[in-house]
Ligand binder design. Structure first.
Ligand code: HEM
Length: 126
């Protein structure tokens, strides 16, 4: 018997594709948060977050083959992330998570991770 990864349990690549696409729709419509993203096209950022999350939750390691070790805290240093930015990021992610309509236990695991990760990336005083 093989251990089912969280990645598989929530529906694999398709689920992460929907999640991250919906998240970036929210970012695109939020001028304050959008201003943090340096590129005119959010497509590449969307792909990086999708591949990272797929890898984190036990799917293919394409992210690290393309980008190397995640080092998320270091990669966010160029962006001023205070409580307001963290809250905006989590607000859009909450909408995206809700729309997946996952079983409550899986949804809770995903959400706990996002709140923990977002808190760990705050790098500026409010
Ligand atoms: C990249 C903002 C939280 C994962 C970025 C970028 C910005 C940003 C502006 C650059 C876009 C790009 O070109 O890729 C924020 C803000 C956050 C936040 C304001 C609020 C706390 C998170 C969290 C995660 C995450 C919680 C993971 C769960 C990533 C990844 C990248 C990225 C994987 C691409 C890294 C790379 O390979 O270059 N983020 N982020 N971020 N962020 Fe965040």
């Amino acid at each position: 018997t093989e251990k089912v990864t969280f990645y598989e349990a929530v529906g694999g690549e398709e689920t992460f594709r929907r999640l991250v696409h919906r998240f970036y729709q929210g970012v695109a419509e939020d001028p304050d948060l959008r201003a943090l993203y340096p590129e005119e096209d959010l497509g590449p950022a969307e792909e990086r977050l999708r591949l990272f999350l797929i890898q984190y939750w036990g799917g293919p390691n394409t992210y690290s083959r393309q980008r190397g070790h995640p080092r998320l805290r270091m990669r966010h240093v160029p962006f001023v992330i205070g409580e307001a930015e963290r809250d905006a990021w989590l607000r859009h992610m909450r909408v995206a998570v809700d729309e997946l309509e996952l079983p409550p236990e899986l949804e809770q695991m995903l959400w706990n991770y996002f709140t923990m990760a977002a808190n760990s990336l705050v790098n500026a005083p409010t």
